[in-house]
Design a protein. Structure first.
Length: 307
């Protein structure tokens, strides 16, 4: 039985033929195959086209015309992570085509075959590749089925684990929400107490300006802090509104030392003597000595008295 197919020669293969003083084969060559090998062609899968012609050479015979027969080889992986799973015996496809054209070209270049030769051996190679492919595909089905079985077997465990995790997250979220609510409630109580204390002090000790402004709903926090701090520490103290530059003070003056000693009896947190490199205004290049004091919880600003 005759078979026609393309023979693609590489430059290296052509060089071999030239070295033997032989001519290149025609691009489409005719070869012989045993009738029993014809069945192999019908079982091949891959990228190929098969037609049948009558009348080529012997009118009584069919001629199988194979434009291209492509087959893919596979590599067996002993243990490899595939799609996130460690699988033993998983066969992975690699793009390494076994093409009848390439088999014949290599055989032609080495002198194994010539035009019109019997190429049963090439079809045997293709048949073996097909057998491996089928075995690999079957093995893959087994592996995939086993993976699916394991996934189904482990599904209740995963679902239970997820449920536990969801419950733990929900419980934690509830605890956080309760703590936040408690903190907000406590802050609200503290703020109410601070506002009540502020209102009482303003009504009893505040200036007319502070009383009217507060009663009419204006924000008079700065005036309130200044008036209350000065009522405790003295009118010489100025509220820090711009966070002035300061340094440690060495060899403080007697007046400053006496002032710090006095403040111990009028404020809870006491006071320290510092040096203001640019004065209380931030623009005095000569600098000055100052007493820095925290008047109490009613203000979040420090107050300064310069010397």
């Amino acid at each position: 039985m005759k078979i026609r197919t393309i023979v693609n020669l590489t430059e290296a293969q052509k060089a071999r033929i030239v070295s033997r003083n032989e001519q290149f084969p025609q691009r489409i060559c005719t070869f012989e195959i045993s009738p029993e090998k014809a069945e192999i062609i019908s079982r091949l899968s891959g990228n190929y086209t098969v037609t049948r012609e009558v009348g080529l050479g012997d009118p009584a015979q069919d001629c199988v015309v194979i434009i291209a027969v492509g087959e893919e080889s596979y590599k067996r992986l002993s243990v490899e992570k595939v799609n996130g799973y460690d699988e033993t015996g998983y066969f992975k496809q690699i793009q390494d085509p076994i093409d009848l054209r390439d088999i014949l070209a290599e055989a032609y270049s080495t002198g194994t075959i010539t035009q019109g030769a019997n190429i049963d051996f090439a079809l045997d190679i293709m048949a073996e590749a097909q057998r491996r492919r089928e075995a690999i595909e079957e093995n893959n089905k087994v592996v995939q089925a086993e993976r699916a079985r394991k996934e189904e077997e482990e599904r209740p465990v995963r679902e239970a684990q997820k449920q536990r995790e969801d419950e733990e997250k929900a419980a934690l979220k509830k605890i956080v929400a309760e703590k936040e609510a408690t903190a907000e409630a406590e802050a609200a109580v503290r703020n109410q107490a601070i506002e009540a204390e502020k209102k009482a002090w303003i009504e009893e000790h505040g200036s007319e300006r502070l009383k009217k402004g507060h009663a009419m709903g204006y924000n008079c926090q700065k005036i309130y802090e200044i008036e209350r701090a000065q009522s405790v520490m003295g009118s010489e103290y100025v509220r820090d509104s711009q966070e002035v530059d300061e340094k440690d003070r060495s060899c403080p003056s007697l007046e400053a030392l006496q002032e710090v000693e006095r403040l111990k009896s009028v404020i809870e947190k006491g006071a320290v003597i510092i040096w203001l490199p640019h004065g209380i205004s931030g623009e005095d290049e000569s600098g000055c000595e100052a007493v820095k004091a925290d008047p109490g919880t009613f203000s979040n600003k420090y107050f300064f008295r310069t010397f």
